[in-house]
Design a protein around this ligand. Structure first.
Ligand code: ADP
Length: 312
């Protein structure tokens, strides 16, 4: 109930605040009955689209189970003490925060900043986890689900850095049509995702499909292994992305070797440029401008596993 959540979050006080997104604010809370630490996302219902995002999240997560999916424990639909509508989503708490914090520690306030960087092997593990859950959502769960907002801040990490994809506020359940999954047009309005990660066709009124997630995954992969956000000068804009990275690739690989990975205890002579080149090439194949030419998530996942086996 509203009262229980208010108590568990100490009156939604700033000391329990984890962060805020477009549609809501996330608090850490202890559920006394279960003695369980949880994350409570309180929806800001003033915000246009917040109720829709609440419904999308409940609908998409209702019947899905996967080890790399954030677990929605329950949803609360109630009235607050002032008689206003109150909506909250309660998730399992992820102790290691979001992947975004790990990739860009310089932007994180000191108390929440990770104490080290991710190793190359850990990065591969996280990418494989995300590929695995996207393959599940796209092909193996009861319906085809497009997440529509894959980016590092929506990848949460637990104690052992296992990745859990979160934030289904933009997710859409798709209809099976002609062996491809496309969005039921009736519910297509207003989905855009995040600039820098959203597939180019989404900016041009194109159909929502699982291929859009593959594009965002490709960007995520390049960001994870280059340390560069897609909105900075490295990537230009969505439309020039592929050609830009292709031309920038050899230099970029060398930069990364020095900058991101070397202090992670790799053996001397580790063929780092070779390993990273394979990862970036895979990222580019996920980012093909034409949706149908992008890899399927199962293929991307398999390739990442084979890269891990080959180098580690
Ligand atoms: P965003 O739009 O930035 O993805 P969210 O509302 O999903 O915003 O989340 C806000 C913040 O709360 C994020 O920084 C995320 O790291 C954190 N967060 C969300 N869910 C959890 C959770 N289950 N466990 C720990 N932290 C979480």
């Amino acid at each position: 109930s509203y009262r229980d959540l208010r108590n568990a979050t100490d009156g939604f006080s700033s000391s329990n605040l984890i962060g805020s997104g477009i549609f809501g604010t996330v608090f850490k809370a202890l559920l006394p009955a279960e003695n369980k630490v949880v994350a409570v996302k309180v929806l800001n219902l003033q915000r246009r689209g917040a109720m829709k995002s609440f419904m999308a999240e409940c609908e998409s997560l209702k019947d899905v189970r996967h080890r790399n999916l954030v677990k929605l424990l329950t949803a609360c639909s109630s009235i607050d003490f002032q008689g206003n509508q109150f909506r909250a989503l309660i998730y399992e708490f992820m102790t290691n925060g979001s992947l975004d914090m790990w990739l860009h520690p310089e932007e994180v306030e000191e108390i929440r900043r990770p104490s080290r960087t991710l190793t190359l092997l850990e990065r591969l593990g996280i990418a494989i986890d995300v590929a695995s859950v996207l393959d599940y959502l796209h092909v193996h769960c009861h319906e085809a689900i497009a997440h529509c907002d894959i980016k590092p801040s929506n990848v949460l990490l637990d104690d052992d850095l296992t990745a859990h994809v979160s934030d289904f506020g933009l997710a859409r359940i798709l209809l099976k049509f002609d062996q491809e999954y496309f969005l039921n047009q009736l519910s297509s309005a207003g989905v855009r995702g995040t600039i820098g990660y959203a597939a180019p066709e989404y900016g041009m009124g194109g159909q929502i499909s699982t291929h859009g997630d593959v594009y965002s995954f490709g960007i995520l992969l390049i960001e994870m292994f280059s340390g560069k956000r897609p909105t900075n000068e490295l990537f230009g804009g969505n439309f020039t992305l592929c050609s830009y990275i292709k031309s920038a690739l050899p230099e970029q690989v060398l930069d990364v070797a020095d900058e991101v990975i070397l202090h992670n205890g790799l053996r001397i002579g580790f063929p780092i440029a070779e390993c990273l080149t394979l990862v970036f090439e895979l990222g580019l194949r996920c980012c093909d401008e034409s949706p149908a030419n992008r890899l399927a998530m199962s293929e991307a996942g398999k390739e990442l596993i084979s890269i891990r086996e080959r180098f580690f």
